[in-house]
Design a protein around this ligand. Structure first.
Ligand SMILES: CSC[C@H]1O[C@H](OP(=O)(O)O)[C@H](O)[C@@H]1O
Ligand SMILES: Nc1ncnc2[nH]cnc12
Length: 287
């Protein structure tokens, strides 16, 4: 694609099995402190074919944080402070559908959030905000993922509902069957939280989910183990990297509605917001 303008930095969040990005020429490791604390790692900043890119490993180098321990607010706020406007996430997921076999990519377009003990908002502490999340995924970023998988000839599933559980244990059979009865497509432990915070921060967000297993519902497959997940990720990491590179190149100029959340969510009269909260909201561009 011939661009008329240089893109602002593109954020990449890598999940299980994707702790760095092939093709990213790293210039710097940036430690960023946010009002919500430290992100999972220093950000790897650099460029891909001339486009500035910021990479973060969601679980940190060496996979140190449980899904419930990840500081999602710091991760998202840190990206925002580095000028990122769009986030491409990669995640390992269990498949809840026969027709999504391990190895297949799913470009998720909806979530069912079953998490219970996470910080999932930037609001509070004297500032009330309610953000629309009816369409939780940026259509442009999702579209770039889909175009990229198509161009590269990889089989992918357009759209899909991601059930986000608290973890860290995998689901029981009864739970897995329940999620299937809801017609959900894939299951993971991280993305609903990340997507919600990205939207509050006015960032575009979409996920390339790689099915690594059939969770525990499938009568003809063994129950999921960490070893299976990492082995399938390992076998497909080149594909995921190739899709990321292609998708970055396919991102159009930003004309979606995701950033409007910044200006349409806050309810509280600005004059009564405490100074510290005001500063935090300014960090995100909400005030
Ligand atoms: C290592 S298996 C469970 C683990 O994998 C997924 O991680 P991510 O979404 O960061 O790719 C899942 O959400 C769990 O955190
Ligand atoms: N079956 C599964 N359940 C939850 N998270 C996962 N990540 C990869 N496979 C998973």
């Amino acid at each position: 694609m011939v661009r008329t303008k240089k893109l602002p930095p593109v954020g990449i969040i890598g999940g299980s099995g994707l702790y760095q990005m092939a093709g990213l020429i790293v210039d710097e490791l940036r430690v960023v402190e946010t009002p919500w604390g430290l992100p999972s790692d220093p950000y790897m900043t650099g460029s891909v074919n001339g486009t500035p890119v910021v990479f973060l490993s969601r679980h940190g180098k060496g996979h140190r944080y449980l899904p419930s321990e990840i500081n999602y607010r710091a991760n998202i706020a840190g990206l925002k402070s580095l000028g990122v406007e769009r986030v491409l996430s990669v995640s390992a997921v269990g498949s809840l559908k026969e027709e999504i076999p391990p190895g297949m990519m799913v470009v998720v377009d909806d979530f069912i959030d079953l998490t219970k003990k996470r910080e999932m908002t930037f609001y509070g502490a004297g500032a009330v905000g309610h953000t629309g999340f009816g369409d939780p995924v940026c259509p442009q970023v999702a579209g770039s993922f889909l175009d990229a998988t198509q161009k590269l000839g990889y089989s992918s599933h357009k759209g899909g509902t991601y059930v986000c559980i608290e973890g860290p244990s995998f689901s029981t059979k009864a739970e897995s069957r329940l999620y299937r009865s809801w017609n959900a497509d894939v299951i993971g432990m991280t993305n609903a939280t990340e997507a919600r915070l990205a939207r509050e921060a006015g960032l575009c967000y979409a996920t390339l989910a790689l099915a690594t297993d059939y969770d525990c519902w499938h009568p003809d497959h063994d129950m999921v183990t960490v070893a299976d997940v990492l082995a399938v990720m390992h076998d497909n990491v080149e594909k995921a990297n190739a899709i990321l590179l292609e998708a970055i190149g396919k991102l159009p100029e930003r004309t979606c509605n995701c950033a409007s959340a910044l200006k349409t969510s806050l309810v509280t009269d600005h004059s009564v917001i405490p100074e510290k909260t005001r500063k935090n909201l300014k960090f995100l561009g909400i005030l």
